[in-house]
Ligand binder design. Structure first.
Ligand code: GLA
Length: 667
């Protein structure tokens, strides 16, 4: 035996004996998660409540099978924080919580496996996990022992959190656990959960199969949208076996409407995000199952090409995302982030499809198929979205033309509600667009307004033939009675037309709103004493005269900036906006701004803006948690609507408790 062969044989013997593990054997993670992981995790629905237990985990595994979720692709049943006791045992092993898991973790994993599913667990790359009751011992410096224990239980997925990391370098902490998992010989999906703090997308491709890109999601629209927007920017870093993770789904937890949950699910799907259900499926509605089991949407998420959909356009919160698919089709999401309805469109060439006589457009939520000559468009309600699969098709003429309808009132700035004073008139425009190649016929538009209001068409509302690639618009004068009460009122358009493929006339509805303002404010006033028109906030609601408390209305403490307490003001959390009707009556707005003492953190970073309708009249620039309170003065002369906006400073929206202390307006 020559020396080289002898050395190879000796090394092989040592590896087999388990005394030597070659660095090469460690360097690569196993080939897993070639499409984004799909499954369940309890955290978003239970946190550490008592209903997180063995029964729940088994119940979810059962439902995965009985309700068809397993067949739809959901595979992992994962448990989060609070599964273990606060102390290790005499051998230094983690101990399952005896009340939640009286039969241990292996028994639960076995049950999950018996259903043909996989089982996942959680710990932290720190000395303790994250939960507020103190956590259980984390994996830092126990990587090998904990990984072995998990493997012995049959764990298939590990979520590895970031709390109590003692300042140890993130790459080191996560690589150590990757190596420990690999050394067990079990194939375990490795999910990094360091909230995007150390830009894992730049270094974790060979470490984990997915990495969180943001802080924790909560079950509300603003949280979901701000996380989605951060994750969109990272599209280039995702691919088979290494995904951006914008956190687990909230679909079904009750804090958003089904329409909003459809947008949430569509966004996660087109972004090739992991689809980990975060609701207790034993308690959800049929609509929740319908969303989670939309197989055509899931197919976009799970497409084997593994590209994350990219934003090709964003016009003031109207986002167009495109995801190329392995068979040459393009998935497209038209997503309306705003509080007002919008009609959005994109063209086949913008999506990256080559020239063709026509395209087939499959609406993945409405489950309809139409054809288009070029444009793909949809009329979207506030917070709505439309998701399509678009393909080149020689037989496009087999499908009816794509027709989009819309109604819009005159607005002061993009995304605003149309405002109309009692006794005054506002202009609305309705439109019907035929994006196909075949004509539609007998097109009739009508506009319905509340009782006592009037709507008069000032151009024709009927069109006998609307050829392909043409639009038809009608202008309406909507008059509000002198005695109208203040409030938001429905203005609904409806349309009928004949399509070459339908026997009966097609009807379409389009709902919008008009706002009748109350009296404009007068005098020197605290803004927090006025009623806002609309507000939105990054965490929980905007608070009046207290700081933001993150959850329910009224849960914030006194507004406090660098030790000084203020009796009046607004408590917001980036990203936030609050709109007031000022009716052209006010001049000066003043405030003392700063991050509230309650949550000052090195990550606190926001900027404050004041807008008079569509004019930016004050921009504070960056405000950090250590900055002294600043005074703000803005000229809001002439503003019908005065808008207060807080933006996240660009480092994620954690700890962004932005106070508007002593906020006054002169009218
Ligand atoms: C962190 C994670 C969450 C969850 C909790 C558990 O906040 O980001 O996803 O795991 O810890 O305590």
């Amino acid at each position: 035996m020559d020396l080289r062969r002898w050395r190879t044989a000796a090394v092989a013997t040592l590896i087999a004996a388990g005394t030597l593990v070659t660095p090469q054997a460690h360097a690569q993670k196993p080939d897993l998660a070639l499409t984004p992981p799909m499954g369940f995790n309890n955290w978003n629905s239970t946190h550490c409540r008592n209903d997180f237990n063995e029964d729940m985990v088994k119940g979810i595994a059962d439902i995965f099978v009985t309700k068809g979720l397993k067949d739809a692709g959901y595979e992992y049943v994962n448990i989060d924080d609070c599964w273990a006791l606060p102390e290790r045992d005499a051998n230094g092993d983690l101990v399952p919580h005896p009340v939640r898991f009286p039969n241990g973790i292996k028994a639960v994993a076995d049950y999950v496996h018996s259903k043909g599913l996989k089982f996942g667990i959680y710990t932290s790359a720190g000395t303790k996990t994250c939960n507020k009751e103190g956590g259980f011992p984390g994996g830092l410096d126990h990587e090998v022992q904990d990984a072995k224990l998990f493997a012995s239980w049959g764990v298939d997925y590990l979520k590895y959190d970031n709390c109590n990391n003692q300042g140890v370098d993130a790459k080191l902490r996560y690589t150590r656990m990757r190596d420990a998992l690999n050394a067990t010989g079990r194939k375990i999906v490795f999910s990094l959960c360091e909230w995007g703090q150390n830009k894992p997308w730049e270094w974790a491709k060979d470490v984990g199969h997915l990495w969180r890109t943001t802080g924790d999601i909560s079950d509300n629209w603003n949280s979901m949208v701000s996380i989605a927007k951060r994750n969109m920017e990272l599209a280039d870093f995702a691919g088979p076996g290494h995904w951006n993770d914008p956190d687990m789904l909230e679909v079904g937890n009750g804090g958003m409407t089904d329409l909003e949950y459809r947008s949430h699910f569509s966004l996660w799907s087109i972004m090739a995000a992991p689809l980990l259900i975060g609701a207790d499926l034993r308690k959800v509605t049929p609509e929740t199952f319908e969303i989670l089991e939309n197989r055509e949407v899931i197919a976009v998420n799970q497409d084997k090409l593994g590209l994350q959909g990219k934003v090709i356009r964003n016009e003031g919160g109207n986002h167009v995302l495109v995801k190329p698919l392995s068979n040459g089709d393009k998935a497209v999401l038209l997503f309306n982030e705003n509080d007002s309805a919008a009609t959005m469109s994109a063209t086949a060439s913008e999506l990256g499809l080559s020239q063709a006589s026509g395209y087939k457009v499959r609406d993945l939520w409405a489950k309809t198929t139409t054809h288009t000559a070029n444009a793909i468009s949809a009329a979207l309600p506030p917070h709505g979205s439309a998701m399509f699969r678009v393909s080149k098709a020689d037989d496009w003429y087999r499908y009816p033309p794509t027709v989009t309808t819309a109604a819009n009132g005159e607005v002061l700035y993009p995304g605003a509600l149309p405002i109309v004073q009692p006794g005054r008139t506002v202009t609305y425009t309705t439109s019907v667009t035929n994006a196909g190649r075949l004509p539609i016929a007998l097109v009739q538009a009508t506009l319905q307004v509340p009782q006592g209001w009037s709507a008069k068409a000032t151009t024709t509302s009927f069109k006998a033939i609307l050829p392909g690639e043409k639009s038809f618009r009608t202008t309406w004068q909507v008059t509000v009675p002198q005695n109208a009460q203040a409030g938001r009122f429905p203005v609904n358009a409806s349309f009928t037309f004949h399509s070459p493929h339908e026997n009966n006339p097609v009807t379409r509805q389009y709902s919008t709103e008009a706002l009748v303002p109350g009296a404009a404010p007068k005098g020197e006033l605290f803004v927090s004493d006025l009623k806002w028109l609309r507000s939105a906030n990054g965490h929980g609601p905007v608070e009046t005269d207290t700081t933001n408390g993150e959850a329910k209305q009224g849960d914030g403490g006194p507004i406090t900036i660098r030790g000084k307490v203020f009796a009046k003001g607004l408590g917001t959390h980036a990203p936030a906006h609050v709109e007031y009707y000022t009716g052209g009556n006010c001049t000066k707005l003043t405030a003392t701004i700063g991050i509230d003492d309650k949550k000052v953190n090195p990550l606190s970073l926001v900027s404050y803006e004041v807008w008079a309708d569509n004019r930016l009249v004050h921009d504070s620039g960056p405000v950090t948690g250590t900055d002294a309170a600043k005074s703000l003065e803005a000229d809001v002369s002439g503003a019908t609507v005065t808008r207060l906006i807080v933006k996240d400073g660009g480092n994620g929206k954690s700890y962004d408790h932005a106070d508007w202390a002593d906020l006054r307006i002169t009218c």
